[in-house]
Design a protein around this ligand. Structure first.
Ligand code: AMP
Ligand code: MG
Length: 313
């Protein structure tokens, strides 16, 4: 299959309308989208990515008016979260609308819905005119793509179209919040922080993962891993600097020489850079990537979650 790489959201939306999967940019990471009402189209996402079919997909819409076509009800606290953080990197899990394909939700009665805060994504979604189910546009298990080139690296020849855009601004996936109970529960940390959510709904809490009983099915899979071994270190002093090793973090020690090194100004920049750095290291044949540990507050919670999953061999 030839993969068309285009800047035309209209062309991309036309292909999606013919039940083809299409990769598109968002502020979190690039997504691989298909019409969420059409099982035949959704099936192609799982095939292209090699994604396990029991891992549900997030449904993306262009605006608040489109949300009722995806869900069947919404508690008042979820409306307040949506008002505060949408469009943005926040996915709310709510009771699903009947029209959504069961493949999207892996048979669950709930669906994750999100409005991306991204100019091209919004134009594309509006042109599609249907809710778009979209996981990250990478091969299952590899780091999520934050550039269209990363999508091409993983899915060239496996999907018919990549809609081009700028590198993703957030660089980590959305925060997934279960809104089916009495108060919000974070199933996956992401671009909107626990502190920000608590600023709107103070009772918001983190889900305590129990082994083998994942509330969010995606939790049980290995994720975000480069080919290199990832080690978490508290400072550069804990590393063995050499050409086949790489370092990413906030602090540097003079003299240490690595094959690749990225010192970020703050946690936000670290989050934006992480997945791209993983891919660059793999392309360079790096064997070991040292990631500096950061405090698990603010975006640091999502950042450490992704680093830990990448280090989980
Ligand atoms: P991805 O799109 O690859 O970033 O993964 C989406 C994440 O959202 C996975 O961890 C899913 O398990 C989770 N998710 C999507 N829909 C639901 C749902 N209905 N209930 C719980 N978790 C969900
Ligand atoms: Mg993913």
């Amino acid at each position: 299959m030839r993969t068309l790489i285009t800047s035309s959201y209209r062309t991309a939306a036309e292909l999606l309308g013919k039940n083809h999967p299409v990769a598109f940019p968002t502020e979190t990471v690039y997504g691989l989208g298909a019409n969420a009402f059409e099982s035949d189209a959704v099936k192609k996402i799982f095939t292209a990515k090699g994604r396990p079919s029991d891992n549900p997909l997030i449904v993306h819409v262009g605006s608040r008016e489109d949300v009722p076509s995806v869900i069947s009800s919404m508690p008042v606290y979820a409306e307040r979260l949506f008002d505060a953080f949408s469009p943005g990197p926040l996915t709310l899990v709510l009771p699903k609308n009947k029209r959504i394909s069961p493949l999207v939700t892996a048979g669950l009665k709930t669906v994750g819905v999100r409005i991306p805060d991204h100019r091209v994504a919004q134009k594309f979604l509006k042109a599609c005119g249907v809710p778009v189910a979209a996981p990250s546009a990478n091969l299952s298990g590899s780091p999520s793509p934050t550039t269209w080139q990363a999508v091409r690296q993983d899915l060239n020849g496996r999907i018919p179209c990549i809609l081009k855009g700028d590198p993703s601004r957030v660089g980590l996936e959305s925060t997934v919040v279960d809104c089916t109970g009495a108060s919000p529960v974070i199933l996956r940390a992401g671009g909107i922080t626990l502190e920000e959510l608590r600023g709107i709904v103070p009772s918001t809490r983190l889900h305590k993962q129990q082994t083998n009983v994942p509330k969010s099915p995606g939790m049980k899979y290995r994720h975000y891993s480069p080919l290199a071994y990832v080690f978490i270190v508290s400072s550069m002093e804990e590393t063995v600097p050499m050409k086949s090793a790489a370092y990413i973090g906030l602090h540097t020690t003079r003299g240490a020489s690595f094959g690749a090194k990225r010192i970020c100004r703050n946690e936000k920049e670290y989050a934006r850079a992480l997945f791209r750095f993983f891919r660059e290291c793999d392309a360079q044949g790096i064997q070991t990537i040292y990631c500096e540990q950061v405090s698990e507050s603010g975006i640091g919670l999502a950042l450490m979650d992704r680093i830990r999953k990448a280090a989980w061999q």
